[in-house]
Design a binder for this molecule. Structure first.
Ligand code: GAL
Length: 668
């Protein structure tokens, strides 16, 4: 696949006489792809059963004439007014029982059979019309799935789904411990929808019910997506691929499950906080690459600014280009801007775009055009390449849901906890795969996991990994729960106790940080070993009990009496493989976490992509190409060898990187 640069184009927002200026400017900017059609239902089917695809045919032909490939987004995130008026049962119902109002988007009920029939029909019409169009390279189903509906359709479907899953109410009652608070069900129709939180009635719903509801939402979206995939696959040539634009770490459903039916995953990355943060933003790329363990499309990103942040500041000059290259560095096959040109009215008037309402380029157009030239110039370096990582950070939606339902400490944000492991790796320019806790782990040197929900399949793979010589870091709250979100009848980390060589005697939510003294001597090459600095635990601390053959790497200082002097971090080495399991029993402060991860990385023999770069310079490798990206300060970088920069054409060992500068280097 070539490296694509693209934009979301909404020809239906403008008279046809204006389309010519759009596509000409797209071509001049070096765009190679446009996405069309998502949200255009009222233009494609203005009245029930009356289709009007002619304008889209003409728009696609015009784009093709200017050398642009086309991705069609199915319009199903925006059901038209004729439909919601005639069939209000297609509307999503909120937790209070009120149906959505027409006039926004994503207002559909994903469990409505009627809605699915409408979606299937419009997707089929599009596939029949464009499924063999050589200029259409792929399809995006819907747009950013997100709405949850508490309708009667949803209730019935959920109850049926539970019946299929558990087979009998006895099984469900036992797994959910429903005798607790007299929840015992004697009829499937008694099972409620877990109306989030308290809603005036004081207490949340059963954690098993809540977890199953999220899994059900996942299955509902999977069905919704498959409903369209089936008709597209049946009518389109096999070379047209199918994707969906996910939203990074959004946790409304299990993205691993939905990705299974796609050719590849895509995502929409925005920078509402203003600037590119290598650790935070790269984690989203690595996550999306992990959905299918495959490169992805960055199918939407901002051309400068968004319109929905508290302050919609623009990225710095050069930063939009840097962000595009960072996506490529982490496995993007395409970078597409949202959007090409604003509609004159509608909810997103202020959003960044390449073209202003007068049809002329905005200032960002020149920067994006530069990226377009560079993609053409250097894109071939990335053909058939991806990121090669020897570290995996494991991630699970079920764990995040379960932890969020019962944080036990208001600040225990499972996503922030995961990022606390990712950040020290990113800071060291170590390539990371973010993978499902259910992934096979062959080939990794270091795996970082905190599998809160643990079953035998997950445990066995982690055990196999350590027995095979791998280094495993186990975070807090590992091994607490079963797949029904019930407590496991063992101490943490339950099925992993033997491999960890330790167990958790007790856990504590911390109001105040607790001192931690490490016994670890630094292992940086070329430096004299010295004790890693002391630090603190915050938010969460576990009292670890090591086995005799397990080393204690750090202990708690004086705190609540219970934790005083107890083991906080342990290390157990498996013989004969040398595989090692570290239990990190506390959420460590940033500095201690950073030095601990640095130490473990060296123990595991993990190397950075390039050593010795200034802290502000981020580097990733794809194939033979090293992509170096600077942040806001100018920096001089010396590479270990002479290299050619494929963007500037310069060959040297030393490169001067201006703020947000990019070098794409291969060794000469
Ligand atoms: C995305 C959405 C786009 C557009 C964009 C604005 O979430 O998919 O349609 O609204 O946000 O930033």
């Amino acid at each position: 696949m070539p490296l694509h640069l693209g934009a979301a184009w909404y020809p239906e927002h403008w008279p046809e006489t204006r389309w010519g200026e759009d596509v000409k400017l797209m071509r001049d900017a070096g765009l190679t792809v446009v996405r069309v059609g998502e949200f255009a239902w009222s233009s494609l089917e203005p009245r029930e059963g009356a289709f009007n695809l002619g304008w889209l045919e003409r728009a696609i032909a015009l784009a093709a004439d200017h050398g642009l490939a086309v991705v069609i987004g199915t319009p199903t995130a925006a059901p038209p007014a004729w439909m919601t008026q005639a069939y209000p049962d297609v509307l999503a119902v909120n937790a209070d029982g009120r149906p959505a109002t027409h006039g926004t988007r994503c207002h559909y009920d994903v469990t409505s059979e009627r809605y699915l029939a409408f979606c299937r029909r419009i997707a089929e019409k599009l596939a029949i019309c464009f499924g063999h169009d050589a200029h259409v390279i792929g399809w995006q189903i819907d747009n950013e799935y997100n709405t949850v509906s508490y309708s009667e359709d949803a209730r019935r479907a959920f109850q049926n789904w539970l019946r299929q899953r558990y087979g009998s109410l006895d099984a469900l009652n036992a797994a959910w411990a429903t005798a607790y608070w007299s929840q015992t069900y004697s009829d499937w129709t008694q099972i409620p929808l877990p109306i989030q939180g308290t809603h005036g009635f004081g207490q949340p719903h059963n954690p098993a019910l809540r977890l199953k509801w999220r899994q059900f939402i996942t299955e509902a979206y999977r069905r919704f997506q498959l409903n369209q995939i089936e008709v597209i696959r049946a009518n389109a040539t096999p070379s047209q691929w199918i994707t969906h634009n996910f939203m990074g770490f959004f946790d409304g459903f299990d993205h691993y499950v939905l990705s299974a039916d796609l050719d590849f995953a895509s995502w929409d990355q925005y920078y509402p906080a203003g600037h590119l943060d290598f650790a935070h933003d790269s984690a989203g790329h690595d996550l999306t690459r992990g959905f299918k363990r495959k490169n992805f499309w960055l199918i939407e990103t901002q051309p400068g600014s968004v319109n929905w942040a508290p302050i919609n500041s623009a990225q710095d000059r050069g930063e939009t280009r840097a962000a595009a290259w960072n996506a490529v560095a982490h496995g993007a096959e395409a970078v597409c801007y949202w959007q090409w040109r604003n509609a004159l009215n509608g909810q997103e008037q202020y959003h960044g775009s390449l073209i202003a309402p007068d049809g002329d380029p905005r200032p960002i157009y020149a920067e994006i055009s530069r990226t377009g030239r560079e993609f053409r110039q250097a894109g071939h370096l990335f053909d058939d390449t991806s990121v090669e990582a020897s570290v995996a950070v494991l991630h699970s939606y079920e764990d995040r849901w379960a932890l969020d339902f019962q944080r036990h400490h208001a600040d225990f944000d499972p996503l922030q906890y995961l990022v606390s492991f990712y950040r020290p790796l990113s800071r060291r320019n170590i390539a990371v795969d973010v993978l499902s806790t259910r992934a096979m782990l062959d080939g990794y040197k270091l795996v970082i996991a905190a599998p809160h929900i643990l079953d035998e399949a997950i445990a066995n793979e982690l055990i196999r990994f350590v027995e095979g010589g791998g280094h495993l870091v186990l975070g807090v709250r590992s091994g607490m729960k079963t797949p029904d979100n019930a407590l496991r009848p063992q101490r943490q980390p339950a099925l992993l106790q033997a491999i960890a060589g330790a167990h958790v005697e007790e856990y504590y939510a911390l109001r105040e940080p607790v001192d931690i003294k490490s016994m670890i001597r630094s292992n940086e090459t070329g430096k004299r070993p010295k004790l890693l600095p002391a630090g603190t635990a915050h938010t969460w601390a576990e009292w670890l009990v090591p086995r005799r053959d397990t080393a204690v790497l750090a202990r708690y200082g004086a705190s609540n009496g219970w934790l005083d002097g107890q083991a906080a971090i342990t290390m157990h080495t498996h013989s004969p493989s040398g595989g090692t399991a570290y239990m990190v029993g506390a959420w460590l402060d940033d500095a201690l976490q950073d030095s601990l991860i640095g130490w473990i990385v060296a123990q595991a023999g993990v190397e950075p992509v390039l050593p010795g770069l200034p802290a502000s310079v981020h580097v990733m490798r794809r194939g033979q190409a090293y992509i170096l990206i600077n942040n806001a300060e100018p920096k001089s970088v010396t590479l270990p060898w002479r290299a050619k920069d494929h963007l500037s054409g310069k060959t040297a060992r030393r490169f001067m990187l201006e703020p947000w500068d990019v070098v794409v280097a291969t060794r000469v």
